[in-house]
Design a protein around this ligand. Structure first.
Ligand SMILES: *[C@@H]1O[C@H](CO)[C@@H](O)[C@H](O)[C@H]1NC(C)=O
Ligand SMILES: *[C@@H]1O[C@H](CO)[C@@H](O)[C@H](O)[C@H]1NC(C)=O
Length: 357
């Protein structure tokens, strides 16, 4: 009797042990194998964003319906440009922006997304006070920069139905023309389908970086939503129409792919923010986009993905005039990147050059 019990008990005990150990293996293995990807976006940030985006979409669909019923009595509100500043430091050129915005209070709104870890030392100038939106951590080489831009778009959509254009800028951007020149350029372009305004966003389908950037998250991961031949590149510094801002905030299909963290071994090709917006808009409304940016950048002698950063000694009337030049219909309205120390020489030529055509 006794031996038979032991022979029966051992396999049972073994299976039990095995059962108990399986979850343990699953818990331990990820800690033993080093991670293959860069950090993913925290789930809490994602769910906060989703709630914000839903509110923005809902309010935009109701506010879009309103003018139709009451347009007989009410004139359409004057379109405004929402300036979306994405920053992780002081907005050091705010004195220049103050001059730029002066006298145009009815035509713009400002929204600032400052990484929560940014150290802001300078006192805020009047138009930037109270304009900071709830922000979350952002890092280079991560989709957090896309999230921050979408958060800005959603906040601006919700805040004011008159926001009809959404210009994304950073703390190292400067204006190249007076405000009215920029405003008239945005509003005078109506070469989109049905005579609509277009978004000014760079969209490139031939770019030597496309291959490595497409595979940065893994070999097959972008399929089926984003086939390689639909993948595009372009600067994140865009001006979107309201229609496109809603389209971007509404998107879940492409975001599901672009939010995936890059493989560590391919981190040098991880610039998802330079692909998400052009790919999405080129898929959804290619004719509604100019395919060029209004923000000039100098990629000569780039260092580790950073464009040329202008130093104070380079700032001159000649440089501003040179940077405005474009082969497109409109000349460049903004430029980057300028070192913080450029504020003083820029202020010296603000009235005589930058804010004069
Ligand atoms: C672009 O940057 C290079 C240095 O990297 C400089 O020599 C050149 O003058 C710049 N071009 C313009 C238009 O500012
Ligand atoms: C305009 O086009 C010419 C010829 O293709 C090119 O050399 C030049 O760099 C372009 N200028 C700008 C500002 O893109």
């Amino acid at each position: 009797m006794t031996p038979s019990v032991t022979t029966h008990a051992s396999p049972l005990l073994l299976s039990l042990l095995l059962l108990v150990s399986i979850p343990t293996v699953f818990l331990l293995v990820p800690r033993l194998i080093p991670p293959k990807t860069l950090p993913a976006i925290p789930d809490a940030d994602e769910s906060d964003d989703l709630a914000l985006f839903r509110r923005a979409i809902l309010s935009s669909s109701t506010s879009a319906a309103k003018p139709a019923t009451s347009s007989f009595f009410h004139r359409r509100p004057t379109p405004k440009v929402a300036f979306l500043f994405l920053t992780n430091s002081d907005i050091v050129f705010s004195p220049l922006w103050e001059k730029y915005f002066h006298g145009h209070r009815q035509l713009f709104n400002i929204y600032v997304h400052a990484d929560p870890s940014s150290i802001l030392d300078l006192p805020l100038t009047p138009t930037f006070r109270g304009r900071f939106v709830p922000a979350k951590a952002t890092q280079r080489a991560s989709p957090t920069l896309i999230s921050a831009a979408r958060r800005l778009l959603a906040t601006a959509l919700l805040d004011d139905p008159s926001n009809q254009f959404f210009a994304l800028l950073s703390q190292s951007c400067i204006p190249l023309h007076p405000f009215p020149t920029m405003y008239n350029a945005l509003l005078s372009d109506n070469a989109g389908p049905h005579g609509r305004h277009r978004s000014f966003i760079e969209i490139k389908d031939k770019d030597w970086v496309l291959h490595d950037r497409y595979y940065a998250r893994g070999d097959e991961v972008m399929l089926p939503e984003v086939p390689y031949d639909r993948f595009r590149s372009g600067s994140q510094f865009f001006v979107l129409t309201r229609r496109h801002a809603i389209l971007v905030v509404r998107d879940m299909r492409l975001w599901k792919k672009f939010k995936l963290p890059c493989l560590i071994e391919r981190k040098d090709s991880c610039y998802p923010e330079e692909h998400y917006f052009p790919t999405l808009l080129d898929m959804q409304d290619p004719d509604g986009c100019t395919k060029y940016s209004l923000t000039r950048v100098n990629w000569t002698d780039q260092v580790e993905g950073h464009p040329h950063t202008y130093r104070p000694g380079e700032v001159s009337a000649r440089l501003i005039r040179e940077l405005r030049k474009s082969n497109a219909t409109f000349s460049y309205m903004f430029a980057r990147k300028f070192a913080p120390e450029c504020l003083e020489p820029l202020m010296q030529i603000a009235d005589s050059v930058i804010l004069r055509d």
